[in-house]
Design a protein. Structure first.
Length: 434
Protein backbone atom coordinates (compact mmCIF):
# COMPACT_ATOMS: atom_id res chain seq x y z
CA UNK A 1 0.00 0.00 0.00
CA UNK A 2 1.43 3.37 -0.96
CA UNK A 3 1.27 6.00 1.73
CA UNK A 4 0.29 8.59 -0.89
CA UNK A 5 -3.12 6.94 -1.18
CA UNK A 6 -4.03 7.55 2.45
CA UNK A 7 -5.11 11.15 1.89
CA UNK A 8 -4.76 12.43 -1.67
CA UNK A 9 -5.47 16.08 -0.76
CA UNK A 10 -2.15 16.41 1.13
CA UNK A 11 0.05 13.59 -0.19
CA UNK A 12 3.39 15.06 0.84
CA UNK A 13 2.29 15.79 4.39
CA UNK A 14 0.85 12.31 4.76
CA UNK A 15 3.93 10.63 3.32
CA UNK A 16 6.29 12.58 5.55
CA UNK A 17 4.17 12.23 8.67
CA UNK A 18 3.63 8.48 8.38
CA UNK A 19 7.25 7.86 7.35
CA UNK A 20 8.94 10.04 9.98
CA UNK A 21 6.62 9.09 12.83
CA UNK A 22 7.04 5.41 11.96
CA UNK A 23 10.81 5.84 11.90
CA UNK A 24 10.66 7.46 15.33
CA UNK A 25 8.62 4.50 16.54
CA UNK A 26 11.31 2.10 15.30
CA UNK A 27 14.06 3.94 17.17
CA UNK A 28 12.06 4.18 20.40
CA UNK A 29 11.32 0.46 20.28
CA UNK A 30 14.96 -0.30 19.51
CA UNK A 31 15.79 1.50 22.75
CA UNK A 32 13.12 -0.37 24.70
CA UNK A 33 14.76 -3.77 24.18
CA UNK A 34 18.46 -2.99 24.07
CA UNK A 35 19.11 -4.67 27.43
CA UNK A 36 17.33 -8.08 27.25
CA UNK A 37 19.47 -9.53 24.41
CA UNK A 38 22.61 -9.02 26.57
CA UNK A 39 21.19 -10.05 29.95
CA UNK A 40 23.68 -12.93 30.05
CA UNK A 41 26.64 -10.61 29.39
CA UNK A 42 25.44 -7.99 31.88
CA UNK A 43 24.83 -10.59 34.59
CA UNK A 44 28.47 -11.63 34.38
CA UNK A 45 29.93 -8.14 33.99
CA UNK A 46 28.03 -6.60 36.92
CA UNK A 47 27.71 -9.83 38.96
CA UNK A 48 23.92 -9.61 39.32
CA UNK A 49 20.97 -11.97 38.77
CA UNK A 50 18.11 -11.88 36.26
CA UNK A 51 15.78 -10.32 38.84
CA UNK A 52 18.11 -7.30 39.17
CA UNK A 53 18.39 -6.87 35.41
CA UNK A 54 14.62 -7.24 35.13
CA UNK A 55 14.31 -4.49 37.73
CA UNK A 56 16.52 -2.25 35.56
CA UNK A 57 14.12 -2.73 32.65
CA UNK A 58 11.27 -2.20 35.11
CA UNK A 59 12.81 1.13 36.15
CA UNK A 60 12.70 2.20 32.52
CA UNK A 61 9.03 1.19 32.41
CA UNK A 62 8.19 3.00 35.65
CA UNK A 63 9.61 6.34 34.46
CA UNK A 64 7.97 5.77 31.08
CA UNK A 65 4.63 5.39 32.85
CA UNK A 66 5.02 8.42 35.14
CA UNK A 67 5.82 10.79 32.27
CA UNK A 68 3.03 9.67 29.91
CA UNK A 69 0.47 12.26 31.03
CA UNK A 70 2.98 15.15 31.15
CA UNK A 71 3.96 14.44 27.55
CA UNK A 72 0.27 13.99 26.69
CA UNK A 73 -0.28 17.50 28.05
CA UNK A 74 2.57 18.89 25.95
CA UNK A 75 1.23 17.14 22.84
CA UNK A 76 -2.39 18.26 23.29
CA UNK A 77 -1.74 21.82 24.43
CA UNK A 78 1.55 22.91 22.90
CA UNK A 79 3.41 20.93 20.26
CA UNK A 80 3.33 17.30 19.18
CA UNK A 81 6.64 17.87 17.40
CA UNK A 82 8.22 19.21 20.60
CA UNK A 83 7.14 16.08 22.45
CA UNK A 84 8.47 13.79 19.71
CA UNK A 85 11.90 15.45 19.35
CA UNK A 86 12.55 16.13 23.04
CA UNK A 87 11.63 12.52 23.78
CA UNK A 88 14.14 11.20 21.24
CA UNK A 89 16.81 13.50 22.67
CA UNK A 90 16.26 12.39 26.27
CA UNK A 91 16.06 8.72 25.28
CA UNK A 92 19.40 9.06 23.46
CA UNK A 93 20.97 10.52 26.60
CA UNK A 94 19.65 7.56 28.61
CA UNK A 95 21.20 5.07 26.18
CA UNK A 96 24.49 6.97 26.33
CA UNK A 97 24.54 6.91 30.14
CA UNK A 98 23.90 3.15 30.05
CA UNK A 99 26.75 2.73 27.57
CA UNK A 100 29.25 4.31 29.97
CA UNK A 101 27.86 2.74 33.17
CA UNK A 102 30.61 1.25 35.33
CA UNK A 103 28.26 -0.06 38.01
CA UNK A 104 24.77 -1.54 37.99
CA UNK A 105 23.52 1.63 39.73
CA UNK A 106 24.48 3.70 36.69
CA UNK A 107 22.65 1.23 34.46
CA UNK A 108 19.54 2.04 36.52
CA UNK A 109 20.16 5.78 36.08
CA UNK A 110 20.51 5.39 32.32
CA UNK A 111 17.34 3.32 32.12
CA UNK A 112 15.43 5.92 34.16
CA UNK A 113 16.44 8.72 31.75
CA UNK A 114 15.63 6.46 28.81
CA UNK A 115 12.17 5.80 30.28
CA UNK A 116 11.45 9.53 30.52
CA UNK A 117 12.38 10.08 26.88
CA UNK A 118 10.48 7.08 25.55
CA UNK A 119 7.34 8.30 27.35
CA UNK A 120 6.91 10.98 24.68
CA UNK A 121 6.47 8.83 21.61
CA UNK A 122 2.90 7.51 21.89
CA UNK A 123 1.35 10.83 23.07
CA UNK A 124 3.04 12.55 20.12
CA UNK A 125 2.75 9.87 17.42
CA UNK A 126 -0.93 8.94 17.51
CA UNK A 127 -2.31 12.52 17.39
CA UNK A 128 0.00 13.32 14.46
CA UNK A 129 -1.09 10.23 12.55
CA UNK A 130 -4.74 10.89 13.32
CA UNK A 131 -4.49 14.52 12.17
CA UNK A 132 -2.84 13.48 8.89
CA UNK A 133 -5.18 10.64 7.86
CA UNK A 134 -8.82 9.74 7.42
CA UNK A 135 -10.79 7.46 9.75
CA UNK A 136 -11.40 4.95 6.94
CA UNK A 137 -7.67 4.17 6.69
CA UNK A 138 -6.57 4.81 10.25
CA UNK A 139 -6.38 1.13 11.16
CA UNK A 140 -3.91 0.57 8.33
CA UNK A 141 -1.93 3.66 9.30
CA UNK A 142 -1.72 2.46 12.90
CA UNK A 143 -0.58 -0.94 11.64
CA UNK A 144 2.23 0.72 9.62
CA UNK A 145 3.21 2.54 12.80
CA UNK A 146 3.17 -0.70 14.80
CA UNK A 147 5.02 -2.52 12.01
CA UNK A 148 7.90 -0.07 12.25
CA UNK A 149 7.95 -0.41 16.03
CA UNK A 150 8.44 -4.14 15.72
CA UNK A 151 11.19 -3.60 13.17
CA UNK A 152 12.83 -1.52 15.91
CA UNK A 153 12.44 -4.43 18.32
CA UNK A 154 13.98 -6.78 15.76
CA UNK A 155 16.86 -4.38 15.12
CA UNK A 156 18.11 -4.50 18.72
CA UNK A 157 19.42 -8.08 18.81
CA UNK A 158 20.45 -7.86 15.14
CA UNK A 159 22.47 -4.70 15.80
CA UNK A 160 24.11 -6.18 18.89
CA UNK A 161 24.99 -9.52 17.28
CA UNK A 162 26.20 -7.94 14.00
CA UNK A 163 28.35 -5.18 15.49
CA UNK A 164 29.83 -7.18 18.33
CA UNK A 165 31.14 -9.70 15.79
CA UNK A 166 33.40 -6.92 14.47
CA UNK A 167 36.87 -6.93 15.96
CA UNK A 168 37.00 -4.90 19.20
CA UNK A 169 33.35 -3.79 19.20
CA UNK A 170 31.62 -4.25 22.56
CA UNK A 171 28.02 -3.84 23.67
CA UNK A 172 28.98 -0.39 24.96
CA UNK A 173 30.04 0.73 21.48
CA UNK A 174 26.74 -0.55 20.08
CA UNK A 175 24.86 1.53 22.67
CA UNK A 176 26.86 4.66 21.73
CA UNK A 177 25.99 4.07 18.07
CA UNK A 178 22.29 3.69 18.98
CA UNK A 179 22.38 6.92 21.01
CA UNK A 180 23.88 8.90 18.12
CA UNK A 181 21.32 7.39 15.74
CA UNK A 182 18.39 8.52 17.91
CA UNK A 183 19.73 12.03 18.47
CA UNK A 184 20.38 12.49 14.76
CA UNK A 185 16.92 11.25 13.85
CA UNK A 186 15.34 13.69 16.31
CA UNK A 187 17.17 16.55 14.62
CA UNK A 188 16.03 15.30 11.19
CA UNK A 189 12.39 15.25 12.38
CA UNK A 190 12.69 18.77 13.76
CA UNK A 191 14.01 20.12 10.46
CA UNK A 192 11.73 18.21 8.06
CA UNK A 193 8.49 18.61 10.01
CA UNK A 194 9.23 22.29 10.59
CA UNK A 195 9.73 22.95 6.89
CA UNK A 196 7.35 20.61 5.06
CA UNK A 197 4.45 19.69 7.38
CA UNK A 198 1.68 22.06 8.45
CA UNK A 199 1.03 23.09 12.03
CA UNK A 200 -2.37 21.35 12.03
CA UNK A 201 -0.41 18.10 12.22
CA UNK A 202 2.58 19.10 14.35
CA UNK A 203 0.77 21.13 17.00
CA UNK A 204 -2.72 21.74 18.37
CA UNK A 205 -4.76 24.15 16.27
CA UNK A 206 -4.86 27.68 17.66
CA UNK A 207 -7.96 29.79 17.36
CA UNK A 208 -8.48 33.44 17.83
CA UNK A 209 -7.04 36.58 16.28
CA UNK A 210 -8.09 40.20 16.24
CA UNK A 211 -6.65 42.87 18.53
CA UNK A 212 -4.28 42.32 21.44
CA UNK A 213 -7.08 42.22 24.03
CA UNK A 214 -8.79 39.41 22.08
CA UNK A 215 -5.49 37.58 21.84
CA UNK A 216 -4.91 37.96 25.57
CA UNK A 217 -8.40 36.64 26.31
CA UNK A 218 -7.85 33.74 23.93
CA UNK A 219 -4.54 32.99 25.64
CA UNK A 220 -6.21 32.92 29.06
CA UNK A 221 -8.91 30.64 27.67
CA UNK A 222 -6.30 28.27 26.25
CA UNK A 223 -4.48 28.08 29.57
CA UNK A 224 -7.76 27.46 31.40
CA UNK A 225 -8.60 24.76 28.90
CA UNK A 226 -5.15 23.24 29.35
CA UNK A 227 -5.58 23.10 33.12
CA UNK A 228 -8.98 21.50 32.66
CA UNK A 229 -7.51 18.86 30.34
CA UNK A 230 -4.83 18.01 32.87
CA UNK A 231 -7.53 17.55 35.51
CA UNK A 232 -9.54 15.44 33.08
CA UNK A 233 -6.52 13.25 32.39
CA UNK A 234 -5.87 12.74 36.10
CA UNK A 235 -9.56 12.09 36.79
CA UNK A 236 -9.95 9.69 33.87
CA UNK A 237 -10.58 6.76 36.20
CA UNK A 238 -14.09 8.15 36.67
CA UNK A 239 -14.62 10.41 33.65
CA UNK A 240 -13.44 8.12 30.82
CA UNK A 241 -14.35 4.57 31.80
CA UNK A 242 -14.05 3.25 28.24
CA UNK A 243 -10.49 4.55 27.89
CA UNK A 244 -9.56 3.24 31.33
CA UNK A 245 -11.00 -0.17 30.45
CA UNK A 246 -8.77 -0.26 27.38
CA UNK A 247 -5.82 0.84 29.52
CA UNK A 248 -6.45 -2.10 31.85
CA UNK A 249 -6.54 -4.42 28.83
CA UNK A 250 -3.27 -2.85 27.63
CA UNK A 251 -1.78 -3.45 31.08
CA UNK A 252 -2.70 -7.13 31.15
CA UNK A 253 -1.61 -7.65 27.55
CA UNK A 254 1.62 -5.81 28.29
CA UNK A 255 2.42 -8.13 31.19
CA UNK A 256 2.43 -11.08 28.81
CA UNK A 257 4.26 -9.12 26.12
CA UNK A 258 7.04 -7.95 28.44
CA UNK A 259 7.39 -11.43 29.90
CA UNK A 260 8.06 -12.84 26.42
CA UNK A 261 10.19 -9.89 25.30
CA UNK A 262 12.46 -9.91 28.34
CA UNK A 263 13.09 -13.62 28.73
CA UNK A 264 12.70 -15.22 25.30
CA UNK A 265 16.46 -15.34 24.70
CA UNK A 266 17.39 -16.77 28.12
CA UNK A 267 14.46 -19.22 27.85
CA UNK A 268 15.80 -20.57 24.57
CA UNK A 269 19.44 -20.69 25.75
CA UNK A 270 19.18 -21.75 29.40
CA UNK A 271 15.82 -23.51 29.18
CA UNK A 272 15.96 -25.23 25.78
CA UNK A 273 19.74 -25.34 25.31
CA UNK A 274 20.02 -23.35 22.09
CA UNK A 275 23.16 -21.44 21.12
CA UNK A 276 23.03 -17.71 22.00
CA UNK A 277 23.47 -16.69 18.36
CA UNK A 278 20.60 -18.88 17.20
CA UNK A 279 18.43 -17.73 20.10
CA UNK A 280 18.98 -14.09 19.07
CA UNK A 281 18.14 -14.96 15.46
CA UNK A 282 14.84 -16.46 16.64
CA UNK A 283 14.28 -13.42 18.88
CA UNK A 284 14.77 -11.15 15.87
CA UNK A 285 12.46 -13.36 13.81
CA UNK A 286 9.77 -12.96 16.47
CA UNK A 287 9.68 -9.21 15.93
CA UNK A 288 9.87 -9.45 12.14
CA UNK A 289 6.98 -11.92 12.05
CA UNK A 290 5.06 -9.77 14.52
CA UNK A 291 5.57 -6.74 12.30
CA UNK A 292 4.04 -8.57 9.33
CA UNK A 293 1.17 -9.90 11.43
CA UNK A 294 0.46 -6.37 12.66
CA UNK A 295 0.00 -5.18 9.06
CA UNK A 296 -2.53 -7.97 8.53
CA UNK A 297 -4.28 -7.06 11.79
CA UNK A 298 -4.47 -3.40 10.81
CA UNK A 299 -5.97 -4.22 7.42
CA UNK A 300 -8.56 -6.52 9.03
CA UNK A 301 -9.37 -3.84 11.59
CA UNK A 302 -10.59 -1.70 8.68
CA UNK A 303 -12.33 -4.57 6.88
CA UNK A 304 -14.02 -6.73 9.52
CA UNK A 305 -14.88 -6.66 13.22
CA UNK A 306 -12.18 -5.75 15.69
CA UNK A 307 -13.86 -8.05 18.22
CA UNK A 308 -12.81 -11.13 16.27
CA UNK A 309 -9.29 -9.80 15.79
CA UNK A 310 -8.76 -9.14 19.50
CA UNK A 311 -10.16 -12.49 20.61
CA UNK A 312 -8.10 -14.35 18.01
CA UNK A 313 -5.02 -12.46 19.13
CA UNK A 314 -5.37 -13.41 22.77
CA UNK A 315 -6.44 -16.95 21.96
CA UNK A 316 -3.21 -17.41 20.03
CA UNK A 317 -1.21 -16.06 22.96
CA UNK A 318 -2.90 -18.47 25.35
CA UNK A 319 -2.17 -21.56 23.24
CA UNK A 320 1.40 -20.64 22.22
CA UNK A 321 2.54 -19.66 25.73
CA UNK A 322 1.12 -22.84 27.27
CA UNK A 323 2.87 -24.96 24.64
CA UNK A 324 6.20 -23.20 25.31
CA UNK A 325 5.77 -23.61 29.07
CA UNK A 326 5.01 -27.31 28.74
CA UNK A 327 8.58 -28.04 27.49
CA UNK A 328 7.17 -30.81 25.29
CA UNK A 329 8.60 -29.36 22.07
CA UNK A 330 12.10 -29.84 20.65
CA UNK A 331 14.23 -26.64 20.88
CA UNK A 332 13.69 -25.30 17.35
CA UNK A 333 9.93 -25.82 17.49
CA UNK A 334 9.92 -24.10 20.86
CA UNK A 335 11.54 -21.13 19.13
CA UNK A 336 8.72 -21.16 16.56
CA UNK A 337 6.17 -21.25 19.39
CA UNK A 338 7.84 -18.22 21.03
CA UNK A 339 7.63 -16.38 17.70
CA UNK A 340 3.90 -17.17 17.46
CA UNK A 341 3.30 -16.09 21.06
CA UNK A 342 4.86 -12.70 20.39
CA UNK A 343 3.13 -12.34 17.02
CA UNK A 344 -0.29 -13.13 18.38
CA UNK A 345 -0.10 -10.16 20.76
CA UNK A 346 0.76 -7.77 17.92
CA UNK A 347 -2.14 -8.97 15.80
CA UNK A 348 -4.71 -7.17 17.97
CA UNK A 349 -2.71 -3.98 18.54
CA UNK A 350 -4.07 -1.86 15.65
CA UNK A 351 -7.66 -2.81 16.56
CA UNK A 352 -7.18 -1.57 20.10
CA UNK A 353 -5.56 1.64 18.84
CA UNK A 354 -8.38 2.25 16.39
CA UNK A 355 -10.95 1.80 19.14
CA UNK A 356 -9.09 4.30 21.32
CA UNK A 357 -9.15 6.71 18.39
CA UNK A 358 -12.92 6.27 17.92
CA UNK A 359 -13.71 6.78 21.60
CA UNK A 360 -11.65 9.98 21.90
CA UNK A 361 -12.17 13.62 21.06
CA UNK A 362 -9.50 15.16 18.81
CA UNK A 363 -8.41 17.56 21.56
CA UNK A 364 -7.79 14.67 23.97
CA UNK A 365 -5.96 12.30 21.63
CA UNK A 366 -2.53 12.74 23.18
CA UNK A 367 -3.86 12.40 26.71
CA UNK A 368 -6.01 9.36 25.95
CA UNK A 369 -3.22 7.51 24.18
CA UNK A 370 -1.02 8.47 27.13
CA UNK A 371 -3.57 6.81 29.45
CA UNK A 372 -3.49 3.65 27.31
CA UNK A 373 0.29 3.73 27.30
CA UNK A 374 0.30 4.08 31.09
CA UNK A 375 -1.16 0.58 31.11
CA UNK A 376 1.51 -0.68 28.72
CA UNK A 377 4.36 0.97 30.62
CA UNK A 378 3.06 -0.12 34.02
CA UNK A 379 3.33 -3.64 32.64
CA UNK A 380 6.85 -2.81 31.49
CA UNK A 381 7.82 -1.76 35.01
CA UNK A 382 6.20 -4.73 36.78
CA UNK A 383 6.55 -7.71 34.45
CA UNK A 384 10.35 -7.94 33.89
CA UNK A 385 11.29 -8.02 37.60
CA UNK A 386 8.27 -10.19 38.47
CA UNK A 387 9.06 -12.81 35.84
CA UNK A 388 12.74 -12.60 36.79
CA UNK A 389 11.82 -13.54 40.36
CA UNK A 390 9.57 -16.36 39.11
CA UNK A 391 12.36 -17.78 36.94
CA UNK A 392 15.03 -17.39 39.64
CA UNK A 393 12.90 -19.10 42.29
CA UNK A 394 10.88 -21.59 40.23
CA UNK A 395 11.43 -22.28 36.52
CA UNK A 396 11.00 -21.07 32.96
CA UNK A 397 8.08 -23.46 32.68
CA UNK A 398 6.21 -21.73 35.49
CA UNK A 399 6.87 -18.30 34.00
CA UNK A 400 5.44 -19.21 30.59
CA UNK A 401 2.48 -21.02 32.08
CA UNK A 402 1.73 -17.77 33.91
CA UNK A 403 1.97 -15.91 30.58
CA UNK A 404 -0.55 -18.35 29.11
CA UNK A 405 -2.88 -17.67 32.04
CA UNK A 406 -2.53 -13.95 31.36
CA UNK A 407 -3.74 -14.67 27.80
CA UNK A 408 -6.91 -16.19 29.30
CA UNK A 409 -7.41 -13.03 31.41
CA UNK A 410 -7.04 -10.92 28.24
CA UNK A 411 -9.86 -12.89 26.59
CA UNK A 412 -12.13 -12.38 29.60
CA UNK A 413 -11.38 -8.64 29.74
CA UNK A 414 -11.98 -8.26 26.01
CA UNK A 415 -15.36 -9.96 26.28
CA UNK A 416 -16.29 -7.68 29.19
CA UNK A 417 -15.26 -4.55 27.26
CA UNK A 418 -17.16 -5.67 24.17
CA UNK A 419 -20.28 -6.25 26.22
CA UNK A 420 -20.11 -2.77 27.75
CA UNK A 421 -18.62 -0.67 24.91
CA UNK A 422 -19.17 -2.92 21.88
CA UNK A 423 -20.62 -0.18 19.66
CA UNK A 424 -17.24 1.52 19.66
CA UNK A 425 -15.95 -1.28 17.45
CA UNK A 426 -18.43 -0.74 14.65
CA UNK A 427 -16.46 0.12 11.55
CA UNK A 428 -18.94 2.69 10.28
CA UNK A 429 -19.36 4.54 13.57
CA UNK A 430 -18.38 8.21 13.28
CA UNK A 431 -15.12 9.35 14.82
CA UNK A 432 -15.83 12.04 17.35
CA UNK A 433 -12.74 13.78 16.74
CA UNK A 434 -8.64 10.13 18.37
Amino acid sequence: MRVRQLRPSVPREVELTVALVSGSHAINHLYLVLLPPIFGILAGEFDVGLATLGLAVGTQGAFNMVFQLPFGYVSDNHSRLLALCSGLGLASVGVLVTAFALTIEWVFVGQAILGIGIAAHHPAHFPMLSAATSSENRGRVFSIHSFSGNIGYAAAPTLIVALTRLNGVTWRAVFVFAAVLGAGYGLLCLLVFGRYVGSTITRREETGGGDSSDASLADETRHATARERVRNGLESLTTSPAIVALAVLALVTGIANWGIRSYAVVLLTDGYGLDLGLANVLYTAMFVVTAIIILVGGDLADRISAESILLTSYGGLLVAALVVGSFLLPPLLAGVAVILAGGSIGFGGPARSKLTDKLSAQADLGTNFAVITVGITLAGSVAPPAFGVIIDHTSFSTAFLVIGSVGAVCIALTLAILQRYGTGFERESPIEAD
